[in-house]
Design a protein around this ligand. Structure first.
Ligand SMILES: [Zn+2]
Length: 477
């Protein structure tokens, strides 16, 4: 067997993840440290993520555009918190065409500044608002510790940038887009996410308020899977985005930005994957159904292959692949497609042909338990039903896992214990000192202050002061 087994997910989650990404041919390491090559299979998955999001962006009134990769360095310096946040991660171009540049350029780490600059030219009046633009692209952040998909020096993403006439509209947009992310994560990726507000220490550099969707990975660590920022008038002031309001008075616009990246591929892998490899949610799987023919001789082959072709035609509404390779055994093919996470395998052998049935093998339930024999009638309906069931059960399983690994600590010691093996949901007074103490002692950070609050009041788990909100503490990627 040319495809070696993966390390056990339970014993060595980090190595399981790395090897899965390589062996399933999702991505590979690039010659420059920290960069990744997204291979065709990984890119196909990303394309399906893009489509799921893009459809939702357009439905909520957004349009796509493209802004340049290179940004004058001085732009970054216009918003104080923004430059402080991003300076250590900047890649700076100082030579172009063999000449030292008069002004250094940065390779965009994010595009608020260049887009803010353009908005100041385009927005003159309240009639020009709102501006609802999204960009699909890549950015560079000089990360020191990298991991394929989760944190790479260059990554792919979308960044939405909007401008509004009022603070209320701006806040509404920020939350709307967070909900779009949550809807996509839950319904398309079967990744249950918590929605909430970031603490001040964890918010985006330059934002008034940041919101995130947070997902629990298979090792109980948290992954921030998408963020939405209310930038208030900070960038409008820095870039002079002003408009004449209804009373003909000059006002600064209110802006937002929101992003989701190739990191989400990592979220899918680490939420659903198992010891056999990737497990993909049917809605995003590049291939939803793989058909594996089984035969021993030419006579069997001709009978089996004619049914295989027929089944392939019947299932054309799905993304179907027939693995008719002659040089590999069926067992090899099972492993091959299991590693790649194809949600449903259909096996067709001479006995199935005889009985006019086919065998289904669900990827989310390995082995015999996930197998069933179904009559060869209305296969498209049966496949649709199984894929829906898989989509839902992946979500429910992941949600149950998160609930099972989230606890309410009774004391600080209890909190420190809980964050070693899961998430803690607890009262927090809101003080950055209390947050920092937990971070320094345990490496756990506040993930978000969930929108879904039980209400009431309690005392801060760290200092005992009165607290009105509960927060999630967890170790994060
Ligand atoms: Zn406190």
């Amino acid at each position: 067997m040319s495809e070696d087994k993966l390390p056990s997910r339970k014993d060595n989650f980090a190595e399981w993840y790395n090897q899965l990404v390589l062996k399933a041919e999702l991505a590979d390491y690039a010659p420059v440290r920290g960069c990744m090559v997204v291979r065709p299979y990984g890119w196909a998955l990303w394309e399906n993520i893009q489509q799921g999001l893009d459809r939702r962006f357009k439905k909520t009134g957004h349009v796509n555009a493209a802004f340049p990769l290179l940004i004058p360095k001085s732009f970054l310096e216009k918003e104080k918190e923004h430059v402080e946040g991003f300076s250590p991660e900047l890649a700076v171009v100082t030579i172009g065409g063999g000449n030292v540049l008069e002004e250094p350029l940065v390779v965009r780490p994010t595009s608020e500044t260049i887009i803010g600059y353009m908005y100041s030219k385009w927005i003159k009046s309240y009639r020009d608002l709102p501006v609802l633009i999204n960009q699909w692209g890549n950015v560079v952040r000089w990360e020191m510790r990298t991991k394929l998909f989760l944190r790479t020096l260059e990554f792919y993403w979308q960044e939405g940038h909007t401008a509004h006439a009022t603070a209320e509209e701006c806040e509404e947009e920020t939350q709307r887009m967070l909900n779009v992310y949550a809807d996509f994560a839950i319904n398309d990726a079967s990744v249950p996410v918590l929605t909430g507000r970031k603490s001040n220490a964890e918010k985006f550099a330059g934002a008034v308020r940041s919101y995130s969707i947070e997902a629990m990975m298979g090792d109980t660590r948290a992954l921030q899977a998408g963020t939405s920022h209310n930038l208030g008038q900070n960038f409008a002031r820095a870039f002079d985005i002003q408009y004449l309001d209804w009373n003909n008075e000059l006002q600064y616009a209110w802006t937002t930005s929101w992003g989701l990246s190739t990191r989400f591929v990592g979220a899918i892998i680490m939420t659903h994957g198992d010891d056999q490899g990737l497990v993909l949610p049917p809605k995003l799987a590049p291939t939803q159904v793989v058909i594996v023919p089984i035969y021993k001789n030419d006579d069997e082959k001709s009978r089996v292959m004619s049914v295989v072709s027929q089944v392939e035609r019947e299932l054309q509404v799905f993304r179907v692949k027939v693995d008719a390779r002659e040089e590999f055994t069926p067992g090899y093919k099972y492993n091959h497609w299991e590693l790649r996470g194809i949600p449903l395998r259909i096996e067709i052998g001479p006995k199935d042909v005889e009985k006019d049935s086919v065998a289904f093998a669900r990827r989310d339930i390995p082995g015999r338990a996930g197998k069933s024999f179904v009559p060869h009638t209305q296969l498209d309906g049966q496949v649709a039903e199984v894929l829906q069931t898989i989509q839902a059960s992946l979500h429910d399983r992941a949600l149950q896992f998160r609930l099972d690994n989230t606890s309410q600590p009774q004391s600080l010691a209890d909190l420190y214990d809980i964050v070693q093996k899961g998430w803690a949901e607890t009262w927090w007074c809101g003080s950055p000192d209390c947050e920092l103490k937990v971070k320094e002692d345990t490496k756990a950070t506040t993930r978000c202050i969930p929108f879904d609050q039980s209400g009431g009041e309690g005392s801060c788990i760290v200092c005992g002061a009165s607290a009105k909100e509960k927060v999630i503490f967890g170790r994060a990627y």
